[in-house]
Design a protein around this ligand. Structure first.
Ligand code: ZN
Length: 99
């Protein structure tokens, strides 16, 4: 995704941190996921993120449904995400997972 592309209609940016102890390798998996949403409420975004499937960042095994990762959602700005070195989401948009 070109860095100067302006995401249309997504005014609110968040950095979601997903952490869990992997049931397979026992490692502490930590993933930082920048995301954009039309909804400004971090709790809403966290609820949508929680519906996604996660994989261990260490062994790459998918996390079983029974395991619930720790989610932290922080409001941020697109500029901060750009300067943090995190990859911008290409198609990810939490609202489309609602309902
Ligand atoms: Zn693992």
């Amino acid at each position: 995704m070109p860095k100067n592309r302006k995401p249309a209609g997504k005014d609110h940016w968040f950095i979601c941190t997903i952490e869990f102890v992997c049931p397979d390798c026992g490692g502490n998996s930590k993933e930082m996921l920048p995301t954009a949403s039309t909804n400004a409420d971090p709790h809403f975004v966290a609820a949508q993120i929680a519906k996604l499937d996660f994989s261990c960042q260490i062994c790459k095994n998918p996390l079983a449904q029974r395991a619930s990762p720790s989610l932290t959602v922080l409001s941020t700005t697109l500029e901060i995400i750009r300067t943090s070195g995190l990859q911008l989401p290409e198609v990810f948009d939490p609202p489309k997972y609602s309902n």
